[in-house]
Design a protein around this ligand. Structure first.
Ligand SMILES: NC(=O)c1ccc[n+]([C@@H]2O[C@H](COP(=O)([O-])OP(=O)(O)OC[C@H]3O[C@@H](n4cnc5c(N)ncnc54)[C@H](O)[C@@H]3O)[C@@H](O)[C@H]2O)c1
Length: 314
């Protein structure tokens, strides 16, 4: 039995599955489509994250494939219908990175409220030591509006409560009791934008949510409110956000994702990556690291190991 690993995943997967099958880790992580096509013919178990796309051509070339273990949440990179037709079982790890993303959200909420990114830059790069430049705001007593009250949104709410924040949430797909049992107040989007000091976005990117957060949303908010986006680029309209930041119509924007983060060969290609938002001190960003914690990687890895073993009767 052969297993091929084509992305950077929890090291325990190779170790554990290696006890009952030949495990090979591809030379290039993540593998390109061409590299995968060259290796897939005799593979029984494929371990991957979200690259490359698993289309009909790859599935046809995978003559022995029985299981795909996806060490991630999304499955929209796989032709699920065709895989099902071919009897290939697919496992992912829903929810297992929710805490990692939620903690990054809180980290950014604290950083942007206290100006720690600019302060760090001032000291280390500009060699300035000016404590009077940084008068921040605390989270305690503030209202946190969560848009999209799913696994990540609910955990953000839970962590926000630990800081003494009031939690309000907007999610048209939930029932009133879903908010109540999380000690949050469910409300419409306009009201949420009006009352919140922080708005944290945790919806999936769909036709309905593209540009969901735009000039109109910003208009209804407090001038010192902060927007956080740990979901997907394209949900927040960056041009509208830039204009609001420049005009002082919003307190700050903290994000882990950007509209054109996958343009060209993506960030891993070391392409030049720029945005007008980079001019703004009250804009902070990280390169889509929300799920990147050793803890999430291990939890996901252990889940995938158990699913693969069960499916392969090991
Ligand atoms: N930054 C990262 O590295 C990272 C990692 C994991 C997930 N994510 C993103 O976070 C998103 C949320 O993840 P999750 O695990 O909480 O998903 P989830 O499915 O548990 O929750 C999403 C919630 O959004 C709600 N929703 C859908 N459309 C909506 C709309 N138009 N308005 C308001 N709410 C809406 C759904 O009802 C659901 O409750 C993912 O779709 C993904 O894009 C980012």
């Amino acid at each position: 039995m052969n297993c091929l690993i084509i992305d950077k995943v929890y090291a325990g997967i190779a170790e554990e599955l290696g006890k009952s099958m030949n495990v090979k880790t591809a030379a290039n992580l993540p593998s390109t489509k061409e590299q995968l096509l060259a290796e897939i013919a005799d593979v029984d178990v494929l371990i991957m994250r979200v690259d490359p796309k698993i289309d009909k051509e790859i599935l046809d070339a995978a003559k022995n494939l029985k299981v795909i273990g996806v060490c991630s949440v999304g499955l929209n990179h796989i032709d699920m219908e065709y895989a099902k037709e071919k009897g290939i079982q697919i496992f992912n790890a829903p929810g297992l990175n929710a805490n990692a993303v939620a903690e990054l959200t809180i980290s950014k909420m604290l950083d942007i409220s206290r100006g720690t990114m600019t302060a760090n830059y001032d000291v280390k790069v500009k060699h300035e030591w000016d404590k009077y430049k940084f008068v921040g705001r605390e989270l305690r007593g503030k209202t946190l509006g969560v848009m999209g009250f799913g696994r990540i949104g609910r955990r953000v709410g839970e962590l926000g409560r630990a800081f003494g924040m009031n939690i309000v949430a907007y999610d048209p797909y939930l029932k009133p009791e879903d908010f109540e049992k999380e000690n949050a107040v469910g409300m419409g989007v306009e009201e949420l934008l009006k009352v919140s000091d922080f708005v944290s976005i945790h919806v999936p990117l769909t036709d309905e949510t593209k540009n969901l957060f735009n000039a109109k949303s910003l208009e209804g908010m407090k001038d010192d409110a902060v927007v956080l986006n740990m979901s997907r680029g394209g949900i927040v309209n960056e041009k509208d956000m830039y204009e609001a930041l420049k005009a002082g119509k919003i307190g700050g924007y903290a994000t882990d994702v950007m509209e054109n983060e996958l343009a060209g060969s993506g960030l891993t290609g070391n392409d030049t990556f720029a945005s007008p938002l980079f001019e703004c001190d009250n804009f902070i960003v990280s390169p889509h690291i929300g799920a990147q914690s050793v803890d999430a990687s291990k939890d996901i890895g252990l889940h995938i190991i158990s699913k693969v073993k069960e499916a392969m009767g090991l």
